[in-house]
Design a protein around this ligand. Structure first.
Ligand code: GDP
Ligand code: MG
Length: 264
């Protein structure tokens, strides 16, 4: 195409960063922070919002699902509840995703990063056909990485920690993309405990034992699975509020993408 012909052959494609995480983990705030950080570095990113239900977006999006889809109208028209409304909105948007790809392609030669925010409820993106279509379409053209955002203060309980890690693990195997675990809100609670649990298996087993005897043997087996999972990812601690950890985050993304390229 004329677009690709005008691209110098040495120019690398921008990296797409998917912000994925449980509701309230801080995806949108993290988007705002990474966007501001990249602007400060002289590398303004391309920003996409896929959450049709967000009321206030604290950053300017280049592409916003809300510009073309009114989620309240979708709820009314299809007689749906909030989750069905959000899912159907994402489906409607996905039918026009080729247009989004066209817009991105025009800007791609000038970009280092494309940031993508996903709906509040994690499964609407991670367990829907639309989420898979959008992910696959972008991954076919651009290097991609998943930033899995974790609410650190709400993950200090060993059983909760394990549930969250198992969920992250399922997303890794579903997307098969370079993966960065982002422990957010470290201005409230440091992620040191998590790093320790992930690097020292005994410590985590002990924490589990102290926490509960309920299903402890199942928990033990699952924590062995996680030990394998941890080998495949990078871990950073950040605060979307204070901006701590931004350099480390982008270094982790770049490394993950580079390693992925040489592996596959
Ligand atoms: P989302 O549902 O994943 O998009 O989460 P939001 O970005 O809307 O954030 C949920 C709540 O967590 C909001 O009240 C944010 O202000 C708060 N929050 C997000 N990141 C941080 C952080 O790094 N530190 C603190 N203290 N609060 C945060
Ligand atoms: Mg959000």
């Amino acid at each position: 195409t004329s677009t690709s012909a005008s691209v110098p052959p040495s120019h690398k494609q921008p990296t797409v960063i998917f912000c994925i995480g449980m509701a309230g983990s801080g995806k949108t705030t993290f988007m705002q922070r990474t966007n501001a950080f990249l602007h400060g570095q002289g590398k303004p990113p391309y920003v996409i919002n896929l959450d049709p239900a967000v009321t206030h977006l604290p950053f300017t999006a280049n592409i916003d699902i809300r510009d073309t889809i009114n989620y309240k109208e979708v709820m009314k028209q299809y007689n749906l509840g909030p989750n069905g409304g959000i899912l159907t909105s994402l489906n409607l948007f996905t039918t026009k995703f080729d247009q989004v790809l066209g817009l991105i392609a025009k800007r791609a030669p000038t970009l280092d990063y494309i940031l993508l925010d996903t709906p509040g409820q994690i499964e609407i993106f991670t367990w829907s056909a639309s989420g898979a279509i959008i992910t696959d379409a972008l991954a076919a053209t651009y290097p991609c990485a998943v930033a899995y955002i974790i609410d650190t203060p709400r993950t200090t309980n060993p059983a909760t920690f394990m549930s969250n890690m198992l969920y992250a693990c399922s997303i890794l195997y579903k997307t098969k993309l370079p993966f960065v675990l982002v422990f957010n809100k470290i201005d409230v609670v440091s992620h040191e405990f998590a790093v320790q649990w992930m690097t020292d298996f005994e410590t985590f087993q002990q924490a589990l034992k102290n926490d509960t005897s309920y299903m402890s043997s199942l928990m033990n087996s699952m924590s062995l699975v996680l030990d394998e999972f941890y080998q495949h990812l990078r871990v950073v601690g950040v605060s979307a509020v204070t901006g701590e950890g931004m350099e480390e985050f982008f270094a982790a993304v770049d490394e993950a993408v580079k390693e992925y390229k040489t592996e596959y």
